[in-house]
Design a protein around this ligand. Structure first.
Ligand SMILES: Cc1cc2nc3c(=O)[nH]c(=O)nc-3n(C[C@H](O)[C@H](O)[C@H](O)COP(=O)(O)O)c2cc1C
Length: 175
C-alpha cells in the first residue's frame, strides 16, 4: 500500500516515531509546518494555519499522521492538516507518542479523547489510532512521576522494551 507519513513534533519524540515508521515500512515522510510554530500560542488556540505541503495526499493510498497531544486536545497543526486534506486522503492512520497511559486513556488528558476528535473529523477514512505512551520507556518506579516523563524523549537508546513491543505489533498490523 503506497503510504506517506506526515508528522508534527515539538520536542522530538513524534519526529523519532514518524521517521522510524517511514524507515521500517520504506515510505515517504513529510513534516507538517505551522505558519506560527509557537507552542504556547498554539496551545492557546491561536491558529495561523499550516505551510503548504510539498507532497499531495491524493497520491497515496494511506496517510499516517503522527504528533503529540497537548491538554487533551488534537493540536492545531494536526487539526489543520486533517481539515485541509481530508477530501484527498484515502485512508488515515493516526499515531501519537503522548503522555497519557493506557489506563488513563479515557480521562480528561487521555489519548482516547483525541482519537475521537480525529475520528470525528475524518469519519470512515480513519482506519486506526495508536498511542505510544512515552512512560513506557521509563523504569516502572518513575512512570507516575510527571516531571520524569516530561523530560523524556524517544531516541535510539530508549526505544526498546514495552515501547518496542507495541511498536513492532503496530508495524505488523500495518502490513
Ligand atoms: C504542555 C503540554 C501538555 C501536554 N498535555 C498532554 C495531554 O493532555 N495528554 C497526553 O497524553 N500528553 C500530553 N503531553 C505530553 C506530550 O504529548 C508528550 O510529551 C509527547 O511525546 C511530546 O511529543 P514531541 O516530543 O513530539 O513534541 C503534554 C505535553 C506538554 C508539553
Amino acid at each position: 500500500m503506497k503510504t506517506i507519513v506526515y508528522y508534527y513534533s515539538n520536542k522530538g519524540s513524534n519526529r523519532f516515531l514518524a521517521k522510524r515508521i517511514a524507515k521500517d515500512i520504506s515510505c515517504e515522510i513529510e513534516e507538517i509546518k505551522p505558519r506560527l510554530n509557537a507552542h504556547l500560542l498554539m496551545m492557546m488556540g491561536i491558529n495561523l494555519g499550516n505551510r503548504k505541503l510539498k507532497s499531495n495526499c491524493e497520491d497515496y493510498e494511506r496517510v499516517i499522521l503522527c504528533g503529540p497531544i497537548w491538554m487533551g486536545k488534537l493540536i492545531v497543526p494536526l487539526k489543520n492538516f486533517i481539515r485541509n486534506n481530508i477530501l484527498k486522503i484515502n485512508n488515515l492512520v493516526f499515531v501519537s507518542c503522548c503522555g497519557s497511559t493506557f489506563d488513563k486513556k479515557d480521562e480528561k488528558f487521555g489519548h482516547n479523547l483525541v482519537f475521537n476528535e480525529v475520528k470525528k473529523l475524518s469519519g470512515e477514512k480513519c482506519k486506526h489510532c495508536e498511542a505510544f505512551p512515552i512512560v513506557l520507556v521509563l523504569p516502572t518506579e518513575l512512570r507516575d512521576d510527571s516531571s520524569a516523563f516530561m523530560k523524556t524523549h524517544l531516541n535510539d537508546q530508549n526505544f526498546k522494551g514495552e515501547m518496542l513491543d507495541i511498536y513492532n505489533e503496530f508495524i505488523i498490523n500495518l502490513s
